[in-house]
Design a protein around this ligand. Sequence first.
Ligand code: OOB
Length: 548
Amino acid sequence: MDSENQKTPLAQVWPPEFAARYRAAGYWQDDTFRQVLTGLATTRGDAVAVVGGDQRWTYAELAQRADVAAAGFLALGLQPGDRVLVQLPNIPEFLSVVFGLFRARLIPIFTLPAHRLTEIVHFARKSEASAYVIAERHDGFDYRPLAASVQAEVPAIAHVVVVGDAGDHTAFDSFAADPAQLPEEDADPSDVALVQISGGSTGLSKLIPRTHNDYLYSIRASNTICGITPDSVYLAALPVAHNFPMSSPGVFGAICAGARVVLAPSPTADVAFPLIAREGVTITGLVPPLALLWLQAAPKTSHDLSSLQVLQVGGAKFMPESAKRVRPVLGCTLQQVFGMAEGLVNYTRLDDPEDIITDTQGRAICPDDEVLILDDQGNPVPEGEAGNLLTRGPYTIRGYHDDPAANGRSFTDDGFYRTGDVVKRLPGGYLVVQGRSTDHINRAGEKISAEEIEDHLLAHPQIFDAAVVSVPDNFLGERSCAFIIAEGEAPKPSAIKAWMRTRDIAVFKIPDQIVFVDEFVTTAVGKISRKELRATLRARLLEQENAR
Ligand code: OOB
């Protein structure tokens, strides 16, 4: 029996009239990732597709490696429709694994290299995954014991596949099944191709199912907007599992165009600059803090960065004063990217006037991206005024996987996604991000749910109550600050941080700052929402800092 049958169906469905419109307009082309790669293996077989470490694979080689991977995954006993957690850094095998999964009609769930046991177990359970693909180690961390712990907690993870020395697990390199035995059948283009992870503003991260049709559309349209041609060379500096370097236009954009992907093991200037010079990189994407570091390093570098035509910056707000420095310092065009794993992506266009490029976060990809900017009562605000951003369109999901409560909060009855971002719209549809209405911390582009961190803190025996807020930070954009009421004697902040490290969560979620308080504000009736509480605490902290 198809094991898919016992699982919560993984689907993403648009109402038929919308689906018909998106097809008629040519956005959805009813093809699949497998078809894309197969086509390129024929038309651009000898062109280099991916460069990483000491490996350089052509399109023909990538397609062949993907077939071997597909046959290997199926030989493990995985069934089409099964979900597979993928936690890989920027290595070429990321692409052979993922295109192998596509070829076998298995569904990758993209986790970040920074995720640890707590998060992986949540993703494994929520996605009902059957397998987990890791690299032996990355950044000094050995993923094999982590995988063993995940399996101990979630026995449904029947297979752990390791790129590198597998230890007790299955070696990716040992896959030896014959691709000639692969089933011919391909995925339906309306099927879910892959699952992205939400930044998560309330509680734990949610699963974002993306279909072949919707994701491929966003990638192809991004290629057009970002000027990707077969001659482009895209440097993946950020972790490729994230939606921005994956699809805006990212590694998938470069692959879909028959261009070249260069994978950087780290996004720092000392690693990236030599790669730019050696490979003739034409475009890359960064989060604002990294862009600042590159701006600092560029004037002093001996590496030739002249091939770089476009520097994309996104994931968090890039301040206009920094944005203005990109062209003079790096000699390339800045492109601001304001997107979300749920769908909508806005870009400044390469030929936009300089003030649009430096002062706005761009405009939506598609004429059929419906963008609403509403006040708290749900009424449209006048152009130029700040309001809540809601959106609906050909590549924005209509719901998270298996989460009715989150869907009730995050989507309107008529299918608009409430982004949680507060923006204003300028003439021409350009958006300027002003802030957000939800309580998450955007720490250098990494999204942290205040609620999730509070929950961890509350598990500490000496913590009576906790509220986590974002605080403006010159370098990170925002940092996290935890206000804590101690139970009895207050532990040292360093002890709380050390204890948080034992919670097996991504390191970026550990509070940057800890402030002990005697009590939280209350109102006359004694009740205050978490949201108001966080706002009050943040305001107080900023007041104190400004007074200093
Ligand atoms: C990208 O995706 P996510 O899912 O990690 O985070 C989405 C959120 C947005 O709702 C917004 O709050 C924030 O990240 N954001 C920005 C921004 N880009 C994203 N805030 C201000 N300025 C920007 N340029 O972060 C993402 C996905 C695809 C492309 C680019 C970024």
